[in-house]
Design a protein around this ligand. Structure first.
Ligand code: KIV
Length: 269
């Protein structure tokens, strides 16, 4: 693939926003898929705490640990040549205070080799954002539906439909920008609000279920590949139906083994 940018950095993302070039971001959690995703030209790989759901089978993102995030992140980093790799700070690794947030970030950066971290929340995480950035690590914010707070919200429904919450979201976005975040993810909010926030910020915004008026899009890799057949929100576009494909392939393998068709003479020594 012939790329305009040989290596994606936070500075490149800023340039993309300024030039009106959309940013393409996907999650990845392991070496093999990260290598394919990077080779296909993705700009940003997020080692999301959604690994808790799609890799480990938990019903929320809360159980995944810092050690587990570092394991996933280091596998991804070993595969990637071009994309910017951002790692989610998992639940419990930054909410305590800014020192805890910095310690967790330093572990991620030292032990995985990733390029940046992401955390959820607005004004309440400002001090942590400032402290992490002052150590030299770029930080991405995350507003709207913030899955680490699922038990506070009670549902995965669209956020910030009401004026008060929408105003708070815009104010939080400005706080995060002022604190030094290089970008902002907005999850499951009305498209009109996401476009308004995007127009109000000079840093790039990345949407998931936030419409087209943002600077880039992110999806969970397993969802867009059709591996998580039971998860079907309106915002999700499926590019493959891999669950069905794998089911068929495994079914054929089982059949071939049982019928003694596999291995044949050409498949043995
Ligand atoms: O963990 C994750 O995959 C995320 C994306 C949904 C933005 O935070």
């Amino acid at each position: 693939m012939n790329h305009k940018y040989k290596k994606i950095t936070t500075r490149v993302l800023q340039e993309m926003k300024e030039n009106g070039e959309k940013i393409a971001m996907l999650t990845a959690y392991d070496y093999t898929l990260a290598k394919i995703v990077d080779g296909a030209g993705i700009d940003v790989i997020l080692v999301g705490d959604s690994a808790s759901n799609v890799m480990a089978g938990h019903i929320t993102t809360l159980p995944i640990t810092l050690d587990q995030m570092i394991y996933h992140a280091s596998s991804v980093v070993r595969a990637v040549e071009r994309a910017l790799v951002i790692v989610d700070l998992p639940f419990g690794s930054y909410q305590g205070n800014s020192k805890t947030a910095l310690d967790s970030t330093i572990r991620i950066m030292k032990e995985s080799g990733a390029h940046a971290v992401k955390l959820e929340g607005g004004a309440e995480v400002r001090e942590s954002v400032v402290r992490i950035i002052s150590s030299g690590v770029p930080v991405m914010g995350h507003l709207g539906l913030t899955p680490q707070s699922i038990y506070k919200f009670g549902t995965y429904n669209v956020r910030a439909r009401e004026e008060e919450e929408a105003e708070k979201l815009l104010a939080d976005a400005l706080v995060l920008q002022e604190a030094g975040c290089f970008g902002l993810v907005m999850e499951k909010i009305p498209a009109e609000l996401a476009a308004k926030v995007t127009a109000s910020l000079s840093i790039p915004t990345i949407g998931i279920g936030a419409g087209s008026g943002v600077d880039g899009q992110v999806l969970v890799l397993h969802d867009m590949l059709g591996l998580t057949a039971e998860f079907s929100p309106r915002f999700l576009r499926r590019y493959l139906n891999l669950a069905e494909e794998i089911n068929g392939a495994v079914g054929n393998y089982v059949k071939d083994v049982k019928s003694k068709d596999f291995p044949n003479v050409g498949e043995q020594y």
